[in-house]
Write a protein that binds this ligand. Sequence first.
Ligand code: SAH
Ligand code: SF4
Ligand code: F3S
Length: 451
Amino acid sequence: MTTAARRYHITTFGCQMNKADSERMSGILESMGFEWSESPDDANLVLYNTCTIRDNAEQKVYSYLGRQARRKHEQPDLTLIVAGCVAQQEGESLLRRVPELDLVMGPQHANRLQDLLEQVFNGSQVVATEPIHIVEDITKPRRDSDVTAWVNVIYGCNERCTYCVVPNVRGVEQSRSPQAIRTEMEELAQQGFKEVTLLGQNIDAYGRDLPGTTPEGRHLHTLTDLLYFVHDIPGIERLRFATSHPRYFTERLIRACAELPKVCEHFHVPFQSGDNDILKAMSRGYTHERYRRIIDLIRSYMPDASISADAIVGFPGETDAQFEKTLKLVEDIGFDQVNTAAYSPRPGTPAALWDNQLSEEVKRDRLQQLNHLVSVQASERSQRYLGRVEEVLVEAQNTKDPTQVMGRTRGNRLTFFPGSIDDLKGQVVSVKITEIRAFSLTGTPLIPALR
Ligand code: SAH
Ligand code: SF4
Ligand code: F3S
């Protein structure tokens, strides 16, 4: 045994909420004196922050865990933690499957990591999956980027989409107070961050659980109000938000985005399916006509807005004709990016129990067709950038070419151009786009400061 500093490693699976939770848990561990270890094999504390949205996401965790569990037999002082959505879903049964685990903690408990670890260090094996009121985090997150940051605004989800585990594992909606959000953003600005993405599984639900209504009966705190409330923070130059739900998206929000200069013209609005009967079976609560109207409305205010979405193929009972309607919707809208997935039956969700499941071949085949269309479209949408001057916020060096830096346009297109990260990090640079690919761009900077 050495007296060297205790080292920790976190591997994060899943969505941005998990990434944000991991950053806060890293912050807590560092405040406890742990140091980051790139490799799990050199760490005394290994934490897997897990995702269970689809079966393959869950299986990945078990293979990683098995290796660390074996390591623990040679190194008994290794602390092994499963956090996140698999932890919440499996709870105690994870201990039966992997008895080497010290701590199983659901996503609502992320901010309590120190507390839970103290119990572990006192010799207990701990399972923390009971629903709680999420406490504000008092330590500083260790952020992956020093330019762009995620800020949670609402935890959980009250929807009941029939395919989805999120409400089971993330619990009911809990909005943070506008002031807590603003304070976090002010601190980010002081630390030099330039861009903030406000996060929620269904961000349009922001504020519904907070007290207060206007004389007209509207909630006092909505996402739109929040955007106005945080917009003037000096130093934060860009604002984004995700994920939007087509059922709750309002024209008032679209108007705010058009009016507020810091809000980027990028909207992530999952549609899931282009067929109304499938949407109904999914309990999504909107039709493809409503979805189209929302996108039209966005484009009427911001003609060049970039639009991304999520879609599921092979939902139980989906016919060829219904799948064609998804293709048709994608064709008609012209997305900049679509995250696609083959339907995966999840424990504890209604659709998993239906007897009209499709074969894996059908799902795979539809996924391929949709992916093909999505990348063709993304290339077409990229065309409009050629020769244009885009504002790029520089985030990092291009890992594949150190003579270049990388950043994003306001529309969220990954963009590379020649330059030094030491000079340009965190700056918004005007870049003339000279080369396009489906999901990224290359250009030449227009600022004289470079030479
Ligand atoms: N709150 C967001 C999405 C959360 S999950 C929304 O309402 O759209 C992220 C994406 O995973 C979903 O948009 C969906 O496309 C996909 N997904 C969720 N459950 C799934 C399942 N059982 N099988 C396949 N994809 C799924
Ligand atoms: Fe899942 Fe639906 Fe909630 Fe999105 S809105 S997280 S798909 S239940
Ligand atoms: Fe996965 Fe949990 Fe996010 S299931 S997608 S990590 S909310």
